[in-house]
Design a protein around this ligand. Sequence first.
Ligand SMILES: [Ca+2]
Ligand SMILES: [Ca+2]
Ligand SMILES: [Ca+2]
Length: 210
Amino acid sequence: MRKKCLVGAVVVVSALAVGTPSAIAATETEPNSTLANAQFVATTGGIVVIEGSRSFADPSDDFFSFNVLAAGVLSISSASPDGAADSILGLYDPAGMLVASNDDGPGGSMSALSFNVPSGMAGRYSIGFSGYNPGLLACTAVVTSCYDTNSDFVFDTFVPGGGAGGSTGWDYQINVSGIALVPEPGVYLMFGLGLPLLLGLQRKKRKSAT
Ligand SMILES: [Ca+2]
Ligand SMILES: [Ca+2]
Ligand SMILES: [Ca+2]
């Protein structure tokens, strides 16, 4: 009975450590208005929360980068306390290629997407985030390309240096999860400490039974 309880305790503690990633909070810092100068957000857990703003004073595009540690599904969602906020979102792989984008997520005008990071494609990914701007639907010489209102737009087409404008004047929160799909070092330590303890007690019990 005691052995069963101990096994259960080790399994539960280990499962909690693996299944409950710590959240990393980051506050946006300008300038971050191009893919090249994306704000790097350190990731040691599985969830990143970014607090940012598209103010009237600075309606520039916002880019963030982070390290994806392993293959798996990366989920990104955004929200705003302003009901009129209307975002667009793009995801770039370590080579700087746009791999996913979204205008309106399931919650309304704010954006959300998920991307299955293929095996061997871990590395530094970047988010591009901005306000929906119907004016960009009409491509001009200034805007090298344009995006449309469904999910097939080419996101990396903003005015060089940022400042594409669009829906502006609101704060936002971006949530990224699935970044670290491998256990953190502390989990291995737990396994390292828990397993010898368990084996030692089993040996002790066998010895006392003989
Ligand atoms: Ca910016
Ligand atoms: Ca900003
Ligand atoms: Ca939108």
